[in-house]
Write a protein of this length. Sequence first.
Lengths: 316, 558, 311
Amino acid sequence: MYKYVFRRILLAVPVLLIASLIVFGLMRVMPGDALTALMAESGNMGEKELAKLKHDLQLDRPYHEQYLLWLWQLVSLRPGDSIFTGEPIATSLAKAIPVTLELTVLAMILGLVIAIPIGVLSATRKDTPSDYMGRVVAVSGLSLPDFWLGTLVITFAAIWFQWIPAIGYVSFWESPWRNLQQFLLPAAVLGFRLSAATMRMTRSTVLEVLREDYVRTAWAKGLGGRIVVYKHALKNALIPVVTIVGGQLGVLLAGTVVVETIFALPGMGRLTVEAIIFRDYPVVQTNVMLVAATLVALNLLVDLTYAWLDPRIRYR
Amino acid sequence: MPFHRPGSRASLPSRRRFLGQAALGAATLASARGWATAAAAPYPDWIAASPKPPKRGGTLTRATAWDPPLLDPRYTQSVGLFQFAGLTSNRLVRHVFPDEASGAGDLSLKGDLAESWQPSKDFRTWTFKLRQGVKWQNVPPLNGRELTSADVKYCFEQYAKEGVQAINFREIEGMETPDTHTLRVHLSGSNVLFPQSLAEPIAIIFSKEVLEEDGDLKKRLIGTGPFILKEHTRKVRVVLARNPDYFDTGRPYVDEYIILSTPDAATRLAAFRTGQSDFIWLASPGEVATVTKTNPNAVVQSYHNTLTPFGIALAQDKPPFNDVRVRRAISLAIDRQQQVETIFEGHGILGWGVPYIYYQDTPPTAAQMGPYWQHKPAEAKKLLADAGHPNGFSTTLFYYEYFPQMTSQVQLVQQDLKRHLNIEVKITKLDYTTYYGRYVEGKWDGMSWGFQSGHAVGLDERTFQYMHSKSTKNFFRVNDPMIDELTVKLRQTSERAEQRNITRKIVERELDQVLRMWMPYSNGFLVFQPHMRNGAAPALRRTDAYGSPTVARVWLDK
Amino acid sequence: MNGERVAGGAGVSAVTSPVAAIAEVPVVGRIDGARALGLALRRRPLGAVSAMLLVILVLTAIFADVLAPYDPLETRPEIRLAPPSWQHLFGTDDIGRDVFSRVVHGTRISLWVGLLAVGIGTVAGMIIGLACGYWEGRLDLSLQRVMDAVQAIPGLVLALAIVSVLTPNTTNAMLAIAVVIIPGNSRIVRGAVLSAKQNRYVEAAEALGCRHASIIVRHILPNVTAPILVIASIWLGNAILIEATLSFLGLGTQPPTPSWGLMLSSTGRAFMEQAPWLAIFPGLAISLAVLAFNLFGDTLRDAWDPKLRQR
């Protein structure tokens, strides 16, 4: 067990190094740079000023030096400042991470609340109208682009109910009620989308488990259908669901930019995508590496959970 | 369209119209409408100040598209910063506020920190008398100490030293402070427009103490203005609290002004509808109509058009665009009037790049724009054939979408050129940084949907700086000896009638040679909640953008 | 099941567990597969409906020129924002183009984006997965680390960066989507190859000294086709959504090309109250296509998963 975990952590090192190279490389070959973005509209920055700024930000060093410098900053946990805003990256992250985490957790919960009952229902009543209904509803969550769903929700909330969540993020500790109001709609939009995949996974695993001998035995013993499903089948069916939920967590960590934009939440997605647009190299690089490291850790965690839930799985 | 776009939809800020202002009453300007805007929706150009006595108190809020990239006015001219920097800080000179103005076109100057100003005979030395008893905000490290002429001198010196305003402040050769409230500025050449430069929204006075303590101005913005910057949380909100010690006693009227970062347009609209935002900028009469349907009491100001910041820039230093016949043919093939009537729903102008107020009293009509600014496809075809391209050619066009209508314009132009001249245009929509990187570098081929920067509309900026072949801002790659000669001459001319005359010549030459192919444009609309008073924006600066100082006079009637 | 894990991402990035030991891949023979699919389609109405929708989509794409009553690029600003009528079934857009013709031609763009992106992603993923699974050892170890690295970068960020580097257009958006797809696919193929290698006939073929290429083509490839097809069908739907999201972020298909995503995210959103038909029809097209690909993918899996097939 420990040996396995150790091996996995060891394998993660080259993965993260390669990822860092990819991100660093992509950012450098992108046309334009942060300085043009900053100066753009004024258009009257002299060559000399630009050179000085470049030097101050160490952008005039050769690429390999910049890369090593950045790696060192990452390893020593001092990611430096944003080129564009001058804000320390650690500060920006400290503000953005709680937003994204809250959004993610709420979306997960809402997604599961929708997905698992429908999934179970769909499986136990396979090929009946309620199965089809459930599946179509769930899959339709997949089929709406979330920028569209988000726009519809906010516009029609304003027109029909003269209400939208208060703009201007408030943290949960400041005002829990207001904070929840702000997060409920965006989390529902995300959750609706997530529920599709989870629901289908639940359905197919429950279907499989229902055919297992022990479930048939339970059934034969005369236990009620509901008890069989919930007590025996569901527990085992949840194993692969854990995998998918783990995967979704990863997606959410950086993939909420659209919802953050529409609902005006200052999370990781907006931070990262805006940094890409403004070529804020250190911010993009640090954010991506943070998410990458989290994903790698998460995958390990998922695998361990998996093994814990299903003792048949052995570590190799 | 989710991003913070600094300067996007920036208002076209202003410099005071200085030519023929005596002859041209502001009321005339406000009511003067070019025919291009004749079909516009029935919203007034100007909302007069409320006759009622102002009420104190309340919180003004607005959902904004822009986030300040940083607080340092030396390093950015972004509308993200100047949507509130004009409230925390003052300038020496300012434009009139809505409750002082006679109409949208009234752009006369008033003293802000300066009480009065006097030029020398040759307009090379300017003497400013500062207002007595102006205090810095009562926040450490300034703690409400009095403002002196040395503060202003220091600030101008810093601007000249580095950053994006350096070019403007370098015309200052030296400064003296004969006493604590007098500042004498010596310029390297005569400049009749110097006070106008200092009234630009970006020329705010920052404090010496903050710069010296922090080494930069990225973290704190402390000034002498009507509001104290209480909170700035990136991508969330900017909170401005009333400065109780403001020199203009009794003002501002509202206790707090909260600006909420809201990157998506649909959300800003929803915020206005639900009362979370007190005012909003909208692009078209159609959009205004959808809002007044749900909010029938909203007050609408149709924003006056004085120039367009956008036009097609051609790589006119290379074939085929170095041939004036090709440029004229393209201009003739584009149906601008159709764009005004359809895309801008009647509320737009055909497009010109020098504010008309510098050379004539009313907006130019299509006829005044000359023979190459009409829509005459047959003539265009003939000109292009004469230039040796009877079967057209292929080219490229790149742009950055400042507002959704621009994409529609680009596509209409593409269709016009294809239909009438058989010119194939391949369109590329770029992200903000790529666009500016490529556009400003000036080495691109083909066409670009070009721009001139929005924050300042000074005459020198609009002529010499944008059109002289040696200027760093010559993004349209103009290289015309006559323009070079005229723009230099204009800089040296102090006589107003003569300035007006030269400006007209420059514009005529520009239009005749199609040096910059201006495209239709609309300034859109400002929509206010019914309880908001005195928020109307004068012609060149929007209350929600570079015209933010207006908020010092806004009050809430509820 | 693996299909679920990949498609599970729903968004741009699909993250799967790197533990191949858990990967469980349905293995079916060639002839068997087709028959099973036929059976599934007959038995499952949702599957049949989705298959029919797909056929309609493909036919629309092929015959777009015939079906569209107008040139999708022709602008007639004088009739802008006209509501749906007999002349213009889906109304006209902000510069007077026929929305119906644009949606019909958009089918071509969307299917093309989907097919090419998923095609490249699948083929590249297959080659890498086959190489890794077949030879194992050092090659496997290093290639899999690269795949892990690509997968660890948030998909949207990766796609945005790639499109920015290559300049935004439909082709580059497809390439970016393909890159995002590759790692997941390679992992699944690798898992399938590993399990196929356990089969006696592969061992026998190796023992008989058959060439690698022939072993791969004859014995291993057929076995990984099923899972790959299942995943591909689901990814096809995702690719359309990603293209739409890239358009929303301003980096997708370029105007005036009629892409559903571009229509919905630009004019559709801008005029959603003044001219809702600009959003409704492209939006509906996206939803139907994604729905069809997903349900069809489900059907494929149901049909080809040996365990489920018993029932």
